[in-house]
Design a protein around this ligand. Structure first.
Ligand code: SAH
Length: 239
C-alpha cells in the first residue's frame, strides 16, 4: 500500500523557512503563533511549517515506531516513514541542512545560530522514544544538534529552541536591528544588566550613569559591566 502523496503548499519564501517533522506536532503549534515569532511570520521574515510524521505512515494504525533489533527497552522511529516524509519535502525545496535534534549532536551555540540563520530552507527532524533508526542519520541527516547535556523526551522543545534562536537573528525581526547584536554571546561577552522605570524603587536605585544621557559614558559603562560579568560568570568565553 502506498501512502497518499501529501501535497505541501509551495510558497515562495523571502526569508528563512523551517520545516519541522514531529510525531507530536501539537506540542509545537502554539509556540510559533505568538510574540516575536508570529511577527516574523506575518512580516515574511520567517516561516515555520510543522509536519506530522504519522501522516506519512503507510501502516493501518499509522504506526511509526517499532521494537529495537537486538532487544532492549524502548521503541525506535522507523526509517520508512521518515524517508517518505523527508523525500516528499525534498521534492519541493532544496534544503541547506537536514537537521536531527539529538543529545549526541554538536552542542548548539550562538555561533551556530548565526551561521544557520543565513539559510534559506532548513528541515528539522524531532526524535522520540529511544530515537530514530541509525540509517536515517547516515543517509539523510546533514547536521546533528544537541541543545545541552541532558535528555528530553522528544526533539520538539530542542527544535523550538533552535528555531527561535535563528529567527530572532534575521534582520528586521527584532524592532531594533542592533538589538540581537547586543545580546549575550555575540562577541563572546555576556550582556550587561538592564533597568527600566522607576529609577528608584523603595530606595533601590538605577546606576546613575544610565540616567546621565551621556551616550559615550553609558556605552563605556555597559562594556565594563559586560566584561566584569563575563569574567565572573563565564571566564571560559574570554579565552
Ligand atoms: N536514547 C537517546 C535519547 C532519546 S530522547 C540517547 O540516549 O541519546 C528522544 C528524542 O529527544 C531524541 O531522539 C532527540 O530528538 C530528542 N532530544 C532529547 N534530548 C535532546 C537534547 N539534549 N538535544 C537535542 N535533542 C534531544
Amino acid at each position: 500500500m502506498e501512502a497518499e502523496k501529501i501535497t505541501i503548499e509551495d510558497t515562495p519564501n523571502s526569508g528563512l523557512r523551517i520545516d519541522i517533522i514531529s510525531c507530536v506536532p501539537r506540542l509545537l503549534d502554539s509556540f510559533f503563533d505568538h510574540s516575536i515569532l508570529k511577527r516574523a511570520k506575518d512580516a515574511g521574515h520567517a516561516e515555520v511549517v510543522i509536519h506530522d510524521l504519522r501522516d506519512y505512515s503507510i501502516q493501518k494504525q499509522k504506526q511509526i515506531d517499532d521494537y529495537a533489533f537486538g532487544g532492549g527497552a524502548g521503541m525506535v522511529l522507523g526509517i520508512e516513514t521518515i524517508a517518505r516524509c523527508i523525500r516528499n519535502l525534498q521534492s519541493i525545496r532544496v534544503y541547506d541542512d537536514i537537521i536531527y535534534m539529538t543529545p549526541d549532536g554538536e552542542r548548539f551555540q550562538q555561533k551556530m545560530a548565526n551561521r544557520l540563520s543565513m539559510s534559506k530552507n532548513l528541515m528539522i527532524l524531532c526524535g522520540h522514544y529511544k530515537g530514530i533508526d541509525e540509517r536515517v542519520r547516515e543517509h539523510f541527516i546533514t547536521k546533528e544538534i544537541s541543545i545541552g547535556d541532558y535528555v528530553l523526551s522528544g526533539g520538539e522543545l530542542p527544535a523550538a529552541v533552535v528555531s527561535d534562536a535563528l529567527i530572532r537573528l534575521i534582520p528586521g525581526v527584532l524592532n531594533d536591528e542592533t538589538s540581537a547584536l547586543t545580546d549575550s554571546f555575540q562577541d563572546n561577552l555576556l550582556a550587561p544588566p538592564v533597568y527600566t522605570r522607576p529609577a528608584d524603587f523603595e530606595g533601590w536605585k538605577v546606576p546613575e550613569v544610565l540616567l546621565s544621557g551621556h551616550e559615550k559614558k553609558i556605552n563605556d559603562w555597559r562594556m565594563e559591566q559586560s566584561i566584569k560579568r563575563t569574567q565572573e560568570r563565564r571566564p571560559d568565553l574570554l579565552q
